[in-house]
Write a protein that binds this ligand. Structure first.
Ligand code: HPA
Length: 268
């Protein structure tokens, strides 16, 4: 099925609701989908090309409805490159968002902090990225528009809005550069030291391919991390996905407030 057919299928399930904002929910952040008013849920299984995510903290459905009074399309569950080795894992959903008339994409994820003073539970605004890991998701795509500029890929106006909303809500918002490792093993302490030298402030296993795909599709991007741990070797403790899930759940209420506050300020 082509993206515009998928967009039509989604629109057919929620007549009269045309969302200009979409949100991808990361690990432990699925609870935001429960705050959507008048929610219409479409399982990814009904949308050929949408991924079946095998990660325990990810659902697999599109949720259409309203958040903070604004029409939104929520992708509850993402596919990661580490699941199939395919950096294009989110290509169909993102092309579908663009075909559906979405203009702004808010990406969320769980990430490890490389900054001693940015602690688990804190949200971080992503200002830029280092695609340290896998292949580019546009490999194999034709046309000159594959040569996507990644300057200001993380939209400056949306970043300013996130800062303003966080300040007004008294939510301490860290910010920095996110470096993509494919995972699924966590980084080694040596890789974390390398990432710090290279200028990264956080590490994670998602988002970067989605940002590239979204910029290719002409979407404006805002990306927010939920810091769930310090990078490997920074605390002396091993990392675990259970920790990622439980810390994300603890900080989730504040994170959801931040996202809802941002959505409230976006065009209806
Ligand atoms: N590394 C990579 N991905 C992550 C981490 C991490 O430390 N924490 C949450 N997701």
């Amino acid at each position: 099925m082509q993206p515009h057919d998928l967009a039509a299928r989604i629109a057919g399930r929620a007549p009269g609701l045309s969302a200009k904002t979409a949100i991808v929910l990361g690990s432990g952040l699925g609870g935001l989908a429960d705050e959507i008013a008048d929610a219409v849920r479409i399982p990814y299984a009904d949308l050929p090309g949408f991924p079946a995510s095998g990660v325990s903290s990810h659902r697999g459905e599109v949720v259409l409805g309203r958040l903070a009074g604004r029409a939104v399309m929520v992708l509850s569950g993402r596919a990661h490159t580490y699941e199939h080795g395919d950096a294009r894992a989110m290509a169909v959903p993102i092309a579908t968002l663009a075909a559906a008339g979405v203009e702004t994409l808010i990406l969320t994820n769980a990430a490890g902090s490389l900054l001693a003073d940015v602690a688990p539970g804190q949200p971080m605004l992503i200002t830029d990225h280092i695609a340290g890991a896998g292949p580019n998701p546009l490999i194999g795509v034709g046309g000159d528009d594959r040569f996507v500029s990644m300057v200001d890929a993380y939209d400056p106006a949306l970043r300013a809005l996130a800062r303003k909303v966080a300040k007004e809500a008294k939510i301490p918002l860290a910010e920095g550069v996110y470096m993509w490792f494919t995972g699924p093993s966590f980084e080694t302490p040596a890789e974390i030291r390398m990432a710090r030298v290279l200028g990264a402030d956080a590490v994670g296993m998602s988002t970067v391919p989605e940002v590239i795909l979204a910029r290719h599709a002409g979407l404006k991007v805002l990306a927010l991390s939920m810091i769930t741990n310090h990078g490997a070797g920074m605390t002396g403790r091993p990392l675990s996905h259970d920790e990622t899930k439980s810390v994300a759940a603890e900080g989730a209420a504040r994170f959801r407030r931040l996202v809802a506050g941002i959505v409230a300020e976006l065009a209806a």
